[in-house]
Design a protein around this ligand. Structure first.
Ligand SMILES: Cc1cc2nc3c(=O)[nH]c(=O)nc-3n(C[C@H](O)[C@H](O)[C@H](O)COP(=O)(O)O)c2cc1C
Length: 193
């Protein structure tokens, strides 16, 4: 019961962290977070989803630069959810990775119907596992949005993504440098019969 309460508390208190201390995660911390993702459920237990992790500053910088340049050259489109990124990317100093020390990219076969769900499950496990260790995370969508972009794809191939795979999501992680309150939950999202 105690343990159950602890897990529920973790689920309720986890917040997306967008300010990080500069120090890297230890090998043990990153390893524990990554391992938790491997235990997430996958459709049919196929375990097709894979996770590419790095704390290499040059790689993080290159990914951020690709995102910045590829979004900065786009025009705003009415009603497009990605407009916020386009506006920010045109400004100096944009960092879609929030200057976090660690990045984890979830990749899985493009043609597999459960790839998005499998990747999201793995990344969510990692967000909760990280929080249990006092480590902050934030989902980063820009890499997924550029999964068909030739420049991003080429770079992801260099990092180990296969040609039959897409990047379905990613997380940054690190030691938090901010505290965030839990925003209230919207009403009407539960139907109990
Ligand atoms: C699918 C998805 C995409 C997201 N994309 C981004 C993103 O690109 N950049 C970012 O800073 N946060 C991103 N987030 C984090 C959300 O903004 C965040 O989860 C939401 O505001 C609720 O805050 P909380 O995580 O602290 O509860 C994303 C979250 C999800 C689930």
């Amino acid at each position: 019961m105690e343990q159950g309460r602890d897990v529920l508390n973790l689920l309720k208190t986890r917040r997306s962290i967008r300010k990080y201390q500069p120090q890297a995660l230890s090998k043990e911390q990153l390893g524990a977070i990554l391992e938790s993702g491997l235990y997430a459920p996958t459709g049919g237990n196929h375990q097709y989803s894979r996770f590419i992790a790095t704390q290499n500053k040059q790689i993080l910088e290159e990914i951020n630069q690709i995102v910045k340049e590829e979004f900065a050259k786009r025009d705003l489109e009415e009603g497009c959810y990605q407009n916020k990124t386009i506006v920010k990317a045109k400004k100096e100093g944009y960092s879609c990775l929030h200057q976090a020390p660690a990045l984890i990219i979830a990749v899985a076969p493009r043609e597999h119907g459960n790839s998005m769900a499998d990747c999201a499950n793995g990344l969510e496990n990692m967000q909760i596992a990280a929080w249990s260790l006092g480590i902050g995370t934030c989902w980063i969508n820009q890499i997924h949005w550029l999964t068909e972009n030739p420049r991003m794809r080429d770079f992801l191939y260099q990092l180990g993504m296969r040609t039959d795979e897409d990047a379905f999501g990613s997380l940054v992680a690190g030691h938090p440098a901010e505290k965030r309150e839990t925003p209230p939950r919207k009403q009407g999202r539960l139907v109990i019969i």
